[in-house]
Write a protein of this length. Structure first.
Length: 181
């Protein structure tokens, strides 16, 4: 069943609806090469209504551009669709209440490859128990096809060159998955 965008954009299933400016649904083509999954909208996204339009997004799409993947080819969304106050990590309850929206999106969008950014996204979509330091770059099969996790670009903005190089290596794997026949 197609996702009910009106219901999603007016969702009040958790208290993030009390503090958000907008529900950041996500956007991109149907059947994209890549679905990019972040944690939750930040301030810029809450104001602008689109995921990854702030500093993290600029870095992310520069790195994807280095392996020849453009934003136009990606469906971009987050595990949690509303901004947590002060950008705190979403609570277990918020993750649970928002989960059906992500599941519906994945069913609807049918991406060739899924790229999860950071611990929250990697745990939500791949069910990893270990942290991103141990799970990044590991190819995992989902119902929709292959996927992998890498660091969140905010970690690269904080962590500098070492994290950037790990992300670059992971994105090379993403590129090879996208190019599989
Ligand atoms: N960080 C995220 O995880 N998602 C966004 O959309 C922006 C920043």
């Amino acid at each position: 069943m197609p996702i009910d965008l009106v219901a999603l954009s007016t969702c009040t299933r958790c208290d993030l609806s009390l503090t958000r400016q907008r529900v950041v649904i996500g956007s991109g083509p149907a059947s994209p090469a890549l679905l990019v999954l972040g944690e939750a909208p930040g301030r810029s996204e809450d104001e602008g209504g689109e995921p990854f339009i702030g500093r993290s997004g600029q870095l992310l799409f520069r790195l994807l551009g280095e392996v020849g993947i453009t934003r136009a080819e990606c469906f971009v969304t987050n595990v949690v669709k509303c901004r947590p106050p002060n950008n705190r990590t979403p609570s277990a309850h918020e993750l649970e209440t928002c989960r059906p929206w992500l599941r519906a999106q994945l069913d609807d969008v049918r991406p060739r490859v899924v790229l999860a950014l950071g611990n929250t996204a990697a745990r939500s979509v791949f069910g990893y128990q270990q942290g991103i330091g141990l799970t990044h770059g590991r190819v995992t099969q989902l119902d929709s096809g292959p996927g992998l996790a890498t660091y969140h670009p905010a970690a690269a903005l904080r962590g500098g060159a070492a994290v950037l190089e790990l992300m670059r290596a992971d994105l090379q794997i993403v590129k090879s998955l996208v190019e599989l026949p």
